[in-house]
Design a binder for this molecule. Sequence first.
Ligand SMILES: *[C@@H]1O[C@H](CO)[C@@H](O)[C@H](O)[C@H]1NC(C)=O
Ligand SMILES: *[C@@H]1O[C@H](CO)[C@@H](O)[C@H](O)[C@H]1NC(C)=O
Ligand SMILES: *[C@@H]1O[C@H](CO)[C@@H](O)[C@H](O)[C@H]1NC(C)=O
Ligand SMILES: *[C@@H]1O[C@H](CO)[C@@H](O)[C@H](O)[C@H]1NC(C)=O
Ligand SMILES: *[C@@H]1O[C@H](CO)[C@@H](O)[C@H](O)[C@H]1NC(C)=O
Ligand SMILES: *[C@@H]1O[C@H](CO)[C@@H](O)[C@H](O)[C@H]1NC(C)=O
Ligand SMILES: *[C@@H]1O[C@H](CO)[C@@H](O)[C@H](O)[C@H]1NC(C)=O
Ligand SMILES: *[C@@H]1O[C@H](CO)[C@@H](O)[C@H](O)[C@H]1NC(C)=O
Ligand SMILES: *[C@@H]1O[C@H](CO)[C@@H](O)[C@H](O)[C@H]1NC(C)=O
Ligand SMILES: *[C@@H]1O[C@H](CO)[C@@H](O)[C@H](O)[C@H]1NC(C)=O
Ligand SMILES: *[C@@H]1O[C@H](CO)[C@@H](O)[C@H](O)[C@H]1NC(C)=O
Ligand SMILES: *[C@@H]1O[C@H](CO)[C@@H](O)[C@H](O)[C@H]1NC(C)=O
Length: 629
Amino acid sequence: MYSTFTYLALLLSSSLARSISIPHRNTARTTAHYAQLDPPLNTNWTDDVGTNPWPEYPRPRLRRDQWQTLNGIWQYQNASSPNDVYNPPFGQDLAQEVLIPSCLESGLSGIQGTNVIYSWFKTNLTVPSDWSGQDVILNFGAVDYEATVFVNGKNATFHRGGYFEFSVDITPFLDSSGSNELLIFVHDPTDLNGYVIPIGKQRLIPSAHIFYTPCSGIWQSVWIEPAPANYVTQLDLTADMHGQVNVTVHSSYGNGTAVNVTVVDGNDVVGSGTGVSDQAFQFNVSDPKLWSPNSPTLYNVTVTMGDDSFQSYTGFRTISKGTVDGVVRPLVNGKFDFIFGTLDQGYWPDGIYTPPSLDAMVYDLKFLKDLGFNMVRKHIKIEPALWYRACDEMGLLVIQDMPSLRPLENVLPDDGQQQEFGRQLDLLVNQLKSYTCIFTWVVYNEGWGQITTYYPEFDLTARVQQLDPTRLVDATSGWHDHGAGDFSDNHHYANPQCGTPFYSIDSTPYDPKRIGMQGEFGGLGNNVSIDHLWNNQQAINSINQTYEIDTDIDAWNHRSHLLLSELQDQISRYACSVAVWTQTVDVEGEVNGLMTYDRRLKRVDEDQWKKDIKGLYDAASNRTNSTSS
Ligand SMILES: *[C@@H]1O[C@H](CO)[C@@H](O)[C@H](O)[C@H]1NC(C)=O
Ligand SMILES: *[C@@H]1O[C@H](CO)[C@@H](O)[C@H](O)[C@H]1NC(C)=O
Ligand SMILES: *[C@@H]1O[C@H](CO)[C@@H](O)[C@H](O)[C@H]1NC(C)=O
Ligand SMILES: *[C@@H]1O[C@H](CO)[C@@H](O)[C@H](O)[C@H]1NC(C)=O
Ligand SMILES: *[C@@H]1O[C@H](CO)[C@@H](O)[C@H](O)[C@H]1NC(C)=O
Ligand SMILES: *[C@@H]1O[C@H](CO)[C@@H](O)[C@H](O)[C@H]1NC(C)=O
Ligand SMILES: *[C@@H]1O[C@H](CO)[C@@H](O)[C@H](O)[C@H]1NC(C)=O
Ligand SMILES: *[C@@H]1O[C@H](CO)[C@@H](O)[C@H](O)[C@H]1NC(C)=O
Ligand SMILES: *[C@@H]1O[C@H](CO)[C@@H](O)[C@H](O)[C@H]1NC(C)=O
Ligand SMILES: *[C@@H]1O[C@H](CO)[C@@H](O)[C@H](O)[C@H]1NC(C)=O
Ligand SMILES: *[C@@H]1O[C@H](CO)[C@@H](O)[C@H](O)[C@H]1NC(C)=O
Ligand SMILES: *[C@@H]1O[C@H](CO)[C@@H](O)[C@H](O)[C@H]1NC(C)=O
C-alpha cells in the first residue's frame, strides 16, 4: 500500500522523467513504501512473510558463529539499458522498495513486475563494532542472472549465473565511519532473443502449460560475516560407508594453511584429521552409523584453518552401481532398494522461485517423506542450501538436474553459450557435491539445449564424474540418448516403461548396460476450483494441454493406482530401478500435482498412495530375496 502522497509523488516524478527526460541522477525522489502485492494465488504462509524473511543462517555446511542478515526491505528501481551500470545512482534514493530475498515478478517482492530485465537494488549496511580487526565477507545465496556489486561507489564484484552462491571480501571498500552503501545492478535476460542461458522453466512470456513466470533479482538470502583475511571459501567434504572422510578446504590465500577437521557425535569426537588447505586429505572414523533414507544419521563437523573456524556436518554413505542378480542397479551403501520420487519444480504462487519461508519449503519435503517417497528429483532448478540440509536430515535422496537451456532446436547454444553452460554445470556440482543427499546429477533434460551435431553429453558427463566421482550421472533424462552416463532413462506419459522390453516413439529402448530408470511419468491432471488455481488467463487456457485430465479426484486416484501398479509390475518383471512421478504440486497452468499449487488441497488418497508406494519397494526387495535365498 502506498500512501496517497508518495503514490502521487512517484507518479509525478516518473511521468516528468518520461516527458522531459531528466537524467535520474538529478531527479529528487520519494521512495514508495513496500507492501506485499496480491499474487494470482497465495499460500497459508503468504501472510506470515512480513519484512524480515528467511532469518535462518543460510549456509548450513559452512556456518560461522557471527553473522548479520541483510534480508529485509531494500530500495529498488527499474533500469532500461545495459549501459546504466556505468551510471550508478550512488548516494540517491531509488524509486521503490522491495523485499529481499524475492523474485521481482512475485507478489512477495512488492513489485510483481513483468519484463524486468535491468534493475538496481540498494541497501545500507553497518558492520557490528565487535567485528573490528576482522575482514567482512558479503555473501549472496543467488541472484538471477548477473550482478554487479558496488560498495560505497566501488565495483566490488561481478557474478554471472542465476542459481549460484557467491561471496566477496568487502573490507577494502568499507567506510570506517559506519554506514556503507550497497548498490547492485542486475541484468536478467531470461529467454530474450539472442540469449541461450540456463533458465529452467522461466519464460518472459509463460506459455504452453510447462513454461512459467520468470524470477529476476536477489532471490536468496544476503548476509555479512566476519572472517580472517585468509578464510575458508569452500569446503568439499564427503564421507563414505567405510568411515573414510575426504576433505578439501579451499582458502582465500590458496597457499597451504594448516587445517584440522573433527567429526563429533554429541559431545564426543569420533574422528579427526589434519592437512593443509587447498589439497585433499583423508582420515577415518571407525564404525560410523551410516546415513540412508531409512536412517538419515548426520554428524557434526568442526573445521579450523589458521584463524578461521566454523561448523559443518556430514553423513557417511556410499552411492555406486553394481550388478545384482544380473541387473545393473544403483546402490546405496552397497545395497539396492527401489528409488522413487517426484518431479519437484520448486515453484511457489506467492514467491515464484523463493519459497515464502523455511517452514513452507520443508512442508513439501515432509509431505513426500510421509507418503513414503525416498527421493526427490529437483527439476532444472537449484534450491537454497537449507533445502538440501532438510533432505539430508529427513533422508530424501536428491536427483539434481542442471537448469536447462531453451528447448527449441532453433535456439541451440553457440560455442560460447555452450562453454558457459559447462562452466555453470561445474558451479552446480561444486556447490552441492558435499550434501549427503545428492544421489545423481542430470546433465540434459529431454534434449533441451542439447546439441546433436556432436554428442556433448559425453564430455560433460566425464567432467561431472571428475568433479564428483562419488555420484552417478544421468547424462540425458529423456530423449537424445547416445549411451552416455549411468542411466537408461525413459520419459513416458502417462504410464511408465521402466527398464522394459517395450517403448514408444521419442524414447530409446532400455539399455541393459545401464540402470533402468523412468525419469518422468504420471502427470495425471485434475482441474480444481478457481480458489486453488493460478488465476491468470493464459495459465487457465493452457490447463487442457495437461497430458491427461481426470474429471474428479476419485478418478485421479484410481488412475494413479493403475499407473503405480504397472510400475510395480515392471519392477517385478523387468529392470526398473528408479522412477519419478510428475509432480509434487501444480504449477501455474499445470494441474497435475499430488497437491494443488497453494498446497491447500491434497489430491492423493494418502492411505492408498502409501500402500502403493510400499508395494514398489516390496516388489524390488522380493526379487532380491527370492534369488538370493
Ligand atoms: C522496466 O522497464 C522496461 C522498459 O524500460 C519495461 O518494459 C518494464 O515493464 C519495466 N518494469 C517495471 C517492473 O517497471
Ligand atoms: C541509507 O542511509 C541514508 C542516510 O541515513 C538514507 O538517506 C538512505 O535513504 C538509506 N538508503 C537506503 C537504501 O536505505
Ligand atoms: C566490475 O568488475 C568486474 C570484475 O570484478 C568487471 O568484470 C566488470 O566489468 C566491472 N563492471 C563495471 C561496471 O565496472
Ligand atoms: C578426494 O576428493 C578429491 C576431489 O575433491 C578426489 O580427487 C580424490 O580422488 C578423493 N580421494 C579419495 C581417497 O577418495
Ligand atoms: C600466502 O598468501 C598470502 C597472501 O597472498 C601471503 O601474505 C603469504 O605470505 C603466503 N604464505 C605463504 C606461506 O606462501
Ligand atoms: C584437532 O582438533 C581436535 C579437537 O579439537 C584435537 O583433539 C586435535 O588434537 C587437533 N589436532 C591437531 C593436529 O591439532
Ligand atoms: C549437532 O550440533 C547441533 C547444535 O549445533 C546439535 O543440536 C545436534 O544435536 C548436534 N548433532 C550431533 C549428532 O552431534
Ligand atoms: C582408512 O581406512 C582404509 C581402509 O578402510 C585404509 O585403506 C586407509 O589407509 C585409511 N586411511 C587413513 C588415512 O588412515
Ligand atoms: C477445456 O476442455 C473442457 C472440456 O472440453 C471445456 O469444457 C473447457 O472449456 C476447456 N477449457 C479451456 C480453457 O479451453
Ligand atoms: C492451511 O490453513 C487451513 C486453515 O487453517 C488448514 O486447514 C490447512 O491445513 C492449512 N494447509 C497447510 C498446507 O498448511
Ligand atoms: C526381503 O528380505 C529382507 C531381509 O531378510 C526383509 O527385511 C524384507 O522384508 C524382505 N522383503 C520382502 C518384500 O519380503
Ligand atoms: C512379495 O512376496 C511375498 C511373499 O512371496 C508376497 O506375499 C507379496 O505379495 C510380494 N509383494 C510384492 C509387492 O511383490
